[in-house]
Ligand binder design. Structure first.
Ligand code: AMP
Length: 294
């Protein structure tokens, strides 16, 4: 596996692969890798001739009071894991390479890529500017890597839809693919931020997934008309389970639209972001199991 830090080196490598007619897949990450990230590389390995991963903590997607400085950075370990997962090359640029004008926030950018509408609610409401920071950086990475297929996790379902919309609207020559959320044995969605949890908080954390699953099961049984009542009782349940705050708990359809009374229950998904100690945890559960939707 080769580790590259310069844009031109990566471009040459991918050009060489494309010259041989090879299909290139990419898994974009911020490092501190876990099995969820590696599942993206594994999916790419199954479908593509060449697998790229990116390791880059994107400053633009962190708000001023967020954890950009504290975010775990473990490059040596990450590179070993990516090699084991069958990656051919890793792009791990410096922050100056990607943001040569010293940009720290989306408002610092001369050119900003913004998806409207679906970025407004859920994580977009609690993290203003977050998705513009994501799409601006992901657009750069799409342009630099030139990958044919890009793999994103359903754990960040809104982010996946936003990136898919950007790729579609800007005619990017890339296929955006969603991969199922990888969970700990007790149901907690794997996340680099789980490392912020104390042992006592970690023991409470699976209650998030359990609550979302209960809500999804109730929607399956009672239909979209039950949504408002379920959100109220689910919020109470999360607070009772010891989460410090419920940033949002919402039921939307698979395109993030607010459901009406007659929306098919099978098209619904339950989304949440909660605070637990130093960590902000997000998760989402589809009413219809993921395999059945495909
Ligand atoms: P991050 O490093 O947190 O920016 O995540 C990089 C990519 O890995 C994104 O596409 C995430 O959605 C994906 N990802 C993170 N956690 C998981 C997980 N538990 N299961 C599947 N994909 C994940």
């Amino acid at each position: 596996m080769i580790t590259l830090r310069q844009i031109n080196e990566l471009r040459q490598l991918v050009q060489c692969w494309h010259g041989k007619g090879e299909l290139v897949g990419v898994a974009m990450t911020m490092g501190a890798l876990h099995a969820g990230h590696l599942s993206l590389a594994t999916a790419a390995r199954e479908e593509c001739d060449r697998v790229l991963a990116t390791l880059f903590v994107n400053p633009l997607q962190f708000g001023p009071a967020e954890d950009y400085e504290q975010y775990p950075r473990e490059e040596e370990r990450d590179l070993a894991l990516l090699e084991e997962s069958g990656c051919d090359a890793v792009f791990a640029p410096s922050v100056e390479t990607i943001f040569p004008r010293g940009e720290r926030f989306p408002t610092d950018s001369r050119t900003l890529v913004t998806v409207r509408g679906i970025t407004q609610g859920l994580c977009g409401r609690s993290r203003p500017g977050h998705f513009a920071g994501v799409t601006t950086e992901v657009m750069k990475m799409m342009n630099i890597t030139g990958a044919d297929v890009a793999y994103f996790g359903e754990k960040d379902y809104q982010q996946y839809l936003v990136i898919r919309a950007m790729a579609e609207d800007l005619f990017l020559p890339v296929r955006v693919v969603a991969c199922p959320t990888v969970r700990e044995p007790d149901g907690l969605a794997m996340s680099s931020r789980n490392a912020y949890l104390t042992p006592a908080e970690r023991a409470r954390a699976p209650g998030l997934y359990a609550t979302l699953c209960q809500m999804a099961a109730a929607l399956r049984e009672r239909g979209a008309g039950a949504a408002a009542g379920l959100v109220a009782s689910g919020t109470g349940e999360l607070l009772r389970l010891g989460f410090d705050a419920v940033e949002y708990l919402e039921i939307r359809d698979n395109a993030l639209a607010e459901p009406g009374e007659d929306t098919a229950a099978a098209a619904l998904r339950v989304f949440a972001a909660v605070r637990l100690g130093q960590a902000r945890l997000i998760d989402n559960v589809a009413v219809e199991p993921e395999a059945a939707q495909a």
